[in-house]
Design a protein around this ligand. Structure first.
Ligand code: PLP
Length: 410
């Protein structure tokens, strides 16, 4: 192999030092090897743990009906889709699923993707480009941000939920095509975007509204139909200005994502989305499992009721348990319950304290969340029991008491 003798050092030798730098800043991420047990329990690196980190909000990922449907799908269609959708990968199962998703969300047409990340990084550049403008909430998910960057449109980021700032930016923009992008349930905070107000601004400024309902689909609205149903923006109040996107690997318990909206816009996306056109279609067995999942999402109201009751139980328990602590539970009514700790090392220490008690709650640090807002992201699921939540509240109460400097009152 030819080497350049004048090279005394190469940037390739810097990686160990760069990793050590992440370690020093408490920013090094680690994977754990997991095996599912029962309920919300997981074996993590060989140890049985009660997990509060799954996005399987309705507890469907291990449901026998989904497993059976996936097996049936594999028997009928094989395991791999063998080609991209516009070649020969668009199976009858995927086609039926798209119709079911459109019907379920009450929108004219849906396009089914293999992943949510790929959906957002693909559809945004298909909608807008150089000379156009994107308006993006500061706390949007990474794939909305990356999709915006890939589009080469001008990006205006507005402070989280600051609709006044959004309105000003929309009014000042000379761009002919304007696209507003927002999470509906913010993934690290659990709070809900004011979708009707966003839509009203889009109407006023002739903008298209792309909503990412990754954490709302299956959870929000009557029968889990998502954020549009939650805000009664379906049926006669549905707007052709809304492009609705949701993932199917969270509450739906399977994998993939879809985008739904007006016939013309969805047709355009089918023509122009590179991450759709140049990738192998999702396996049909997943579409089969997703059909079964949609049935359960629609009919098992008890899953959402149980989940809501767990959310209330956690919030009431921590309101008492964390009194006097600087740890703060964010104002969330969704299964994502952020416990703000502040410093990275403290958040990691709390996560470690929980781990020692057999509880797994992930610490989320910058750059995923803003500097100084390291937190535990508690995710609840219908797979949890009351006793599971009580165990977490008890452990956090003990850790908070041990962490806080005792302050004399009086
Ligand atoms: C998880 C998530 C995605 C990505 O979806 P995948 O199917 O996991 O690729 C997109 N947007 C938001 C808000 C998410 O939370």
């Amino acid at each position: 192999m030819a080497t350049n003798p004048s090279l005394t050092s190469s940037w390739l030798d810097e990686f160990p030092a760069r990793i050590a730098e992440l370690d020093r800043a408490h920013l090094r991420r680690r994977r754990r090897v997991v095996l599912p047990e029962s309920g919300a329990r997981l074996q993590v690196d060989g140890q049985s743990m009660l997990a509060f980190c799954s996005n399987d909000y309705l507890g469907l990922a291990h449901h026998p009906a989904l497993i059976e449907a996936a097996c049936m799908g594999a028997r009928s269609f094989g395991v791999g889709a063998t080609a991209s959708p516009l070649v020969s990968g668009h199976s009858a199962a995927n086609d039926t699923l798209e119709q079911a998703l459109a019907g379920f969300t009450g929108l004219p047409r849906a396009l089914y993707f293999y992943a949510g990340y790929a959906t957002n990084i693909g559809i945004i550049p298909a909608l807008v480009g150089s000379g156009d403008a994107i308006f993006s909430d500061n706390l949007n998910h990474a794939c909305l941000i990356d999709g915006a960057r890939l589009s080469r449109a001008q990006i205006h980021r507005f402070a989280h939920a600051d609709l006044g700032a959004l309105e000003t930016a929309l009014a000042q923009s000379p761009a002919q095509r304007k696209l507003v992008i927002s999470d509906t349930v913010f993934s690290m905070d659990g709070d809900l975007a004011d979708v009707p107000a966003l839509l009203a601004l889009c109407e006023r400024h002739d903008a298209l509204l792309l909503l990412d309902d990754a954490h709302g689909f299956g959870v929000l609205g009557p029968q889990g139909r998502g954020c549009l149903a939650h805000f009664a923006l379906t049926g006669a109040r549905a707007s052709p200005r809304v492009l609705y996107m949701a993932t199917l690997g969270k509450a739906a318990g399977v994998a993939g994502a879809f985008v739904a909206g007006s016939d013309a816009i969805v047709e355009w996306l089918l023509q122009k989305t590179r991450s759709y056109i140049y990738a192998t279609a999702a396996p049909a067995l997943l579409a089969s499992a997703l059909r079964a999942s949609l049935q359960l999402i629609e009919h098992d109201e008890w899953r959402r009721e149980h989940l809501q009751q767990l959310i209330q139980r956690l919030r009431q328990g921590l309101a008492t348990g964390l009194r006097g602590s600087h740890w703060q539970l964010g104002p969330s009514l969704t299964p994502i319950q952020p416990l703000l700790i502040g410093r990275n090392d403290e958040a990691l220490a709390v996560m470690e304290g929980l781990r020692e008690r057999g509880l797994w709650v992930p610490a989320i640090r910058p750059p995923t969340v803003p500097e100084g807002t390291a937190r535990l992201r508690i995710a609840l699921s219908a797979a949890h029991t009351d006793a599971d939540v009580d165990q977490l509240v008890q452990a956090l109460t003990e850790l908070a008491a041990a962490c806080q400097p005792t302050v004399a009152i009086g």
